[in-house]
Design a binder for this molecule. Sequence first.
Ligand code: HAM
Length: 410
Amino acid sequence: MAIIKVQKGTKDILPAEMSVWHFMEDTARKIFTGYGAKEIRTPIFEATELFARGVGDTTDIVNKEMYTFEKSERSLTLRPENTAGVVRAFIENGMHRLSAPVKLWYKGPMFRYERPQAGRQRQFHQVGVEVFGIKQPTADAEVILMAVNYLKALGLNDLSVELNSLGCPECRETFKTKLKAVIKPYLSELCPDCQARYEKNPLRLLDCKVEECKAIYAKPEIQEIIQSDFICEECAGHFNELKNYLNDLNINYSINKLLVRGLDYYNRTVFEIKSNNLGSQNAVCGGGRYDSLVRNLGGEDTPAIGFAMGMERLASLIGSKPENKTTAFVVCNQPTEAIKLTEELRSTGISAEFDLTNKKFVKQLEKASKVAKYALILGEDELASNLVTVKNLETSEQKTVSKKDLYNLL
Ligand code: HAM
């Protein structure tokens, strides 16, 4: 019979890879808790409208990449990202009443119908942080610091932080008008996506990966507008303050005026962290400020900033970690005795196994050396004297001890 295969753009995360995933998750818990963040878990599907209004209906995510389905005449969507869901939960649970800042972190699967390639999947995982209630750039600095320190704790170096400010809706409007005017003569030469973006979301023109479009945007008169300081005095003050904090904190960054991000909710600070060791999909982290999203989704006016990281991309940078072995494997020809000791060990929190097929002693020892750190040998002599022979399977050292000493030894 034909076998059923995993869906294109999705992957099994196998036991051999689990050490790396546990490492990423445990480190997230440790680092983000250190900043006062609390974990939140929101549903994997939400009302489609949440993403249309939250992420923005001019974005690729909403227009092309959502897994949307209908149930009981409701349009539902598998979350393509988690900021909108966390904001929904923030509003619905009255979290604006909590003392600011409210810092939330999450991890879990996201779904985007994209063309799969190395580093880009249709189901992928993100770990992220959202900080609510602070408009000052100290929050921007702290959020960037959280991201950088998390990556450091994972042992990842060769990374660069890119930073930009998109200004506020008012100063951005002036910029959009200027940008459209200078691009207008080339409109017919742009790719179909850019032609649509020109009207709907001109800022996203800067993000286009099509070579012909990139060549047009590299023209001096267009670059002059892109590189100009279009943001208003207040936004510039906010951005300068952030840069000063980052300088004081010794966080290296570069300004990338082309960094506009693919989601509509951002204002002012946006940032990405890129790795020099990944191919074209080199962004491990993306984030920014979204001061209007809570209000736009029906909540109280609440400034916010956050980021998310692609965990598959992090995993590929971390590489492999040795699989966690079981602590003890009980080698014994009497299944009842083997079960008894194994269960005793497990009840004290020591991971333990024994041979369920009751094979010969030598075979059991062979199996033990594959899966465990110690073989606990219960031969006839040991059973008669109520002792256990402990064999360290890495060093082959061996010692016969009482049950009490066994626990100390393990
Ligand atoms: P994003 O830039 O769309 O931002 O995604 C964040 C990260 O998720 C990317 O930098 C990348 O590492 C990973 N990622 C995205 N799409 C894929 C994919 N198809 N396959 C593998 N990895 C992927 C957001 O999602 C925002 N919610 C971030 C944010 C939080 N902004 C403010 N708060």
